[in-house]
Design a protein around this ligand. Structure first.
Ligand SMILES: *[C@@H]1O[C@H](CO)[C@@H](O)[C@H](O)[C@H]1NC(C)=O
Ligand SMILES: *[C@@H]1O[C@H](CO)[C@@H](O)[C@H](O)[C@H]1NC(C)=O
Length: 194
């Protein structure tokens, strides 16, 4: 077993692996996918545009697949000028472009997930590109509620502080008054030595 391992990393094998890797790179490099934005955040009911620019030898076959923790489903497959298939679930919501881009309208929370663009060329080579979409709930009402509550709490706190201050003042006045009424001579005689 040890000798087999040793033989695997024989210089000849390393050269062979490198040549094979280079060959694969060239094969894969025949298809290129340029996508400016791969991580997108949108709100419910908004539209998203997965922008891509695809190039390969011959006419590409474009496929879009949706993946999330629980599902994986095909969205659409098309070949510019040849055919275009859209999965029933997405009918009327997707917009396909010759450069491989796809637009998706009226987003729902369930559209959050991973979108894979797969390009297949005439020779059978293929390449993928991934996009992450996060669809957020619209939170305007919550925010309004929160600001109103914050304002109400602020007013309450201010009112409480004012009442405390007034009470404190009134209390010290009463105490002072009482002391003066109870022992006016004592106060004066006591204060004089100081
Ligand atoms: C792909 O084509 C669409 C529609 O013509 C365009 O809006 C988009 O910018 C293109 N994407 C790229 C990456 O060139
Ligand atoms: C497109 O749809 C048609 C009919 O729905 C089907 O026969 C065909 O195989 C589909 N093509 C691809 C590439 O999915």
């Amino acid at each position: 077993m040890l000798t087999w391992h040793y033989r695997l990393w024989d210089p000849h094998d390393v050269v062979a692996i490198l040549v094979f890797a280079l060959f694969m790179c060239r094969l894969v490099g025949a298809i290129s996918i340029h996508s400016p934005e791969q991580s997108i955040i949108r709100s419910v009911q908004e539209d998203v545009f997965f922008s891509a620019d695809v190039s390969c030898n011959g006419t590409p076959t474009v496929q879009w697949t949706f993946m999330s923790a629980s599902v994986s489903r095909a969205i659409a497959a098309w070949r510019p000028g040849v055919f275009a298939n859209v999965t029933a679930d997405y009918d009327g919501r997707v917009e396909l472009h010759d450069n491989g881009s796809m637009g998706l309208a009226r987003l729902t929370l369930q559209d959050t997930g991973y979108y894979v663009l797969t390009i297949t060329d005439d020779v059978g080579g293929s390449k993928d590109a991934g996009f992450v979409l996060k669809v957020n709930e619209v939170l305007y009402e919550d925010l309004q509620y929160l600001s109103v509550s914050a304002l109400a709490l602020g007013c309450l706190a201010g009112f409480l502080m004012l009442s405390m201050w007034l009470l404190n003042k009134a209390y010290s006045k009463i105490v002072a008054c009482r002391r003066r009424k109870k022992m006016p001579e004592n106060d004066e005689t006591e204060l004089q030595p100081l």
